[in-house]
Design a protein around this ligand. Structure first.
Ligand SMILES: [Zn+2]
Length: 371
């Protein structure tokens, strides 16, 4: 079958030496995913599959060295944001890429027993879409377990393909136990915009400031938008100025900061915006970074990491996406066929600079899109 395949065994020095753009190649002879033993496995044919920041990181060999312990597959077929048709029934489904004890046929671990397979204690690879064995959404076929599938009915393809990032956004929003009225979202990419919409849906009266480039946040429910940088702090009110560093500290700080970028400047900005005992939720994939953490202990902040979601959260966002009043139209800005995967990846990498929010691949044009 046709699929974009990542060869993880290519040494990263060869990438720069040969000027190779990525670890990925489009292959016509990609291995057909095999149905695992046991009941409940089905073949899916993707309608659309999104390109996530984590996919770009894999393609550019920028993945975390620590997490390479989990990502052991030497060959990967990417694509974990997928709306697909079940080959045997024709049913349209959104894929939950989380693989936990249920799919692996293990006795349920503590987390899985508690209904939190997203923090499965036996996770040996974090999610579908990072291994060729089951396939991924950037190929013509993949296999998945029925416990991973969320029927989407007649939800348009360009909305349904957002189910996975929307579930990450809602899961992140639910990490915060509300104790105040002001939230900040840093990074209005797909996750940041869907998070803004989720916060607005959960908290109609919340004051939400979105920091970063782009002009779509207001339509998602943001109260205001600000450009990024240390000067953003002063837009909130009175500040203290440290003698030795550049970013001012907000006196009357905000209750929660959701950092969808998680780079040193955005983490630094978030820490300076928070009130004492506030919460920094890291949704972006932070790695080895130099950050001054003084405010974490001094102001007794909570730093909460988050990724993926639990099945009830995904079911809830599928309901939201079926509701035309949920502002998800227009977030899929680009759709490319597999032949154009390199252009798609370049557009996804450029993000707001290319006018892109979500870039999606369409692996098999014979599968009709629902509009
Ligand atoms: Zn488990």
């Amino acid at each position: 079958m046709r699929a974009v395949v990542a060869e993880m065994s290519v040494p990263r020095y060869l990438l720069t030496a040969a000027g190779r753009p990525s670890l990925l190649t489009l292959r016509d002879d990609a291995p057909e995913p095999a149905l695992p033993a046991g009941p409940g496995w089905v073949v899916l044919r993707p309608e659309l599959s999104g390109i996530c920041g984590s996919d770009v990181a894999v393609a550019r060999a920028k993945s975390s060295l620590v997490l390479s312990a989990f990502y052991t597959a030497r060959r990967q077929i990417l694509g974990h944001e997928t709306v697909a048709v079940v080959e045997s029934t024709g049913e349209r489904v959104a894929l939950d890429p989380v693989l936990s004890c249920t799919q692996r046929g293990f006795t349920l671990c503590r987390s899985c027993r508690e209904g939190r397979p997203n923090v499965c204690e036996r996770q040996t690879s974090p999610a579908q879409g990072f291994d060729a064995a089951l396939g991924g959404g950037w190929g013509e076929r993949l296999v998945a377990h029925e416990s991973q599938l969320h029927p989407v009915g007649a939800v348009p393809s360009r909305r349904a393909v957002l189910a996975e990032p929307a579930s990450i956004a809602l899961h992140a929003a639910m990490r915060w136990e509300r104790r105040g009225d002001r939230a900040v979202v840093i990074g209005p990419g797909t996750i940041g915009l869907l998070l803004t919409a989720a916060l607005r849906r959960l908290h109609p009266d919340l004051d939400i400031t979105v920091i970063g480039p782009g002009s779509r946040a207001a339509a998602m429910g943001a109260t205001r938008t600000l450009p990024s940088g240390p000067q953003a702090v002063e837009a909130f009110g009175a500040v203290l100025r440290p003698r030795m560093t550049r970013t001012p500290i907000l006196v009357d700080g905000v209750d929660v900061v959701f950092d969808c970028v998680a780079s040193p400047p955005t983490i630094d900005l978030g820490l300076h915006l928070l009130r004492p005992a506030g919460m920094l939720v890291l949704i972006g994939s932070a790695g080895k970074q130099k950050v001054d953490w003084s405010l974490v202990w001094n102001r007794q902040l909570t730093v909460q990491g988050t990724v993926n979601s639990a099945p009830p959260v995904m079911a809830r966002v599928v309901e939201w996406l079926a509701d035309p009043s949920f502002p998800a139209d227009g977030l899929v800005t680009h759709v490319h066929e597999l032949d154009d995967w390199e252009a798609a990846l370049a557009t996804a990498t450029a993000g707001a600079r290319a006018g892109a929010v979500k870039v999606a691949l369409r692996p098999d044009p014979s599968i009709p899109l629902v509009t």
